[in-house]
Design a protein around this ligand. Structure first.
Ligand code: AMP
Ligand code: GLY
Length: 425
């Protein structure tokens, strides 16, 4: 079977690694555009993730049996619609279903229509209207009780959590000045601010049936103790302690089922990977956001526990046969520590020589997924903000973390930064 994975980050390296590990005898892997780490296990094809027609033509010409889409932008832009329109098998939601991620206002209105628990919200169609909502006192007088979000895709930069009124209005001015682009900020959401631990529940869905993955937690801020600016994610864990079975049961019946049923009822059955970002509030679990794809770096920590053939899961999703498949996971815990370049997340330095990777290559208990590296003269170089995701399993979280950090200590480059508190907060 020939499989094409679309994307170029640590998430796609982990997907390729899992495909190759669980189905190596029968699969040949391609990745567009991939990265230098992915090139070790898949044939990288230099086509941009947003060039749908070129990707579909490549899939036709190379007789690709199945394509898996990693990132959100091509899903929102209709890559799956293009592939399906040309009779190509593909794993991922069509653009209609991808609106659950590409428009936060759509997602909130969807949740309201289906009584899915989430933070109270208002949608404004201009900065001035958003300011009027803040001034109305509807979300509290001090405005430290609100979250402000741009509607559209903003690569993690569209969410503001102001600690006072001044910061709240400064956030609106940032949106007015176009930090996230005009299109993404056409609508602005004002939300009630919730509190509690966060957990991510991801699932496979074929439109009829679904299967949950182990719950994960990521660490979004650059600095230890959750300080500093937001990033794409500086680390992630999976562990039974993240969510107890009673709460998971509530998530399944009050959130997962009504979400998937809502998609069916509204005429866009969800096929692909759904990622539900939750906050476990004192009043029960609440949805913060939907993503219509695997998370990065949640995927790295999740897939190292997968025992079932990932290619078989993808085939079952694309053929509507997930109901016949039981998916097995190792009972371990897992962790992924992201190593980033100096300057990330603002402006990352690139081109530094990475030392210590060779010594980790043959380790069975640690997997180093590449997010942004390049190769020159036999050396590994940094090529972006998030560079590597050092990932390990263990019989409990402590063991998984100590394996990760033991391996991290062997890697080094000028300007390497990482959080030492992954899994601890
Ligand atoms: P989102 O991209 O919508 O998940 O928001 C990014 C992060 O902002 C989340 O992971 C939360 O930490 C935080 N956040 C979003 N919405 C809320 C909310 N209503 N209350 C508190 N924190 C939130
Ligand atoms: N780690 C969060 C995301 O992939 O959106």
């Amino acid at each position: 079977m020939k499989i094409l994975v679309i994307g170029s980050g640590g998430r796609e390296h982990a997907i390729c690694w899992a495909l190759q590990r669980t189905s190596s005898e029968r699969s040949q892997l391609f990745c567009a555009p991939g990265n230098a780490g992915i090139a070790q296990i898949a044939e990288c094809v230099p086509i941009n993730v947003n060039d749908g027609p070129a990707l579909a033509s490549f899939a036709e010409a190379s007789k690709i049996d199945l394509t898996m889409v990693g990132p959100e932008a091509p899903l929102a832009a209709g890559l799956v619609d293009t592939f399906e329109g040309r009779g190509l098998k593909v794993v991922g939601p069509r653009s209609e279903a991808a609106r659950l991620e590409s428009s936060k206002a759509f997602a909130k209105d969807f949740m309201a229509r289906h009584s899915i628990p989430t933070a109270r919200y208002r949608v404004a169609t201009s900065v001035d209207e958003a300011a009027a909502i803040l001034n109305s006192g509807e979300f509290g007088d001090q405005n430290s009780s609100v979250v402000i979000k741009a509607d559209g895709l903003a690569a993690g930069k569209g969410v503001f959590i102001p600690s006072d009124r001044v910061e709240a209005f400064a956030a609106l001015e940032e949106l007015r000045s176009g930090v996230v682009g005009v299109e993404a900020a056409r609508k602005i959401l004002i939300e009630e601010r919730l509190t509690g631990p966060e957990v991510s529940v991801l699932l496979f869905s074929d439109g009829k049936d679904h299967r949950l993955m182990p719950a994960a937690r990521d660490h979004k801020r650059i600095g230890e103790n959750d300080t500093g600016p937001n990033t794409g994610g500086m680390g992630s864990i999976t562990d039974a302690g993240i969510i107890d079975s009673a709460t998971l049961g509530q998530v399944a019946s009050h959130i997962v089922e009504p979400t998937l049923q809502g998609c069916r009822d509204e005429g866009f059955p969800f096929r692909g990977i759904l990622f539900i970002g939750l906050m476990l509030t004192p009043d029960g679990p609440r949805v913060l956001e939907y993503n219509v794809r695997f998370g990065d770096p949640e995927t790295q920590a999740i897939l190292v526990r997968l025992k079932t053939d990932l290619g078989t899961i993808f085939e079952a999703i694309s053929e509507g046969k997930l109901g016949q498949l039981s998916i097995e996971w190792s009972p371990d815990s897992s962790a992924c520590v992201v190593l980033a370049a100096r300057g990330y997340p603002a402006k990352a330095e690139t081109g530094a020589t990475i030392h210590g990777l060779e010594g980790l290559e043959h380790r069975q208990d640690v997997h180093v997924f590449h997010a942004a590296t390049s190769r020159a003269n036999g050396e590994w170089l940094t090529a972006g903000g998030r560079v590597l995701g050092v990932t390990a399993t263990g019989e409990d979280l402590e063991v998984a973390l100590s394996r990760c950090y033991g391996a991290v200590a062997e890697i080094q480059w000028d300007g390497m930064q990482y959080r030492r508190d992954i899994g601890r907060g």
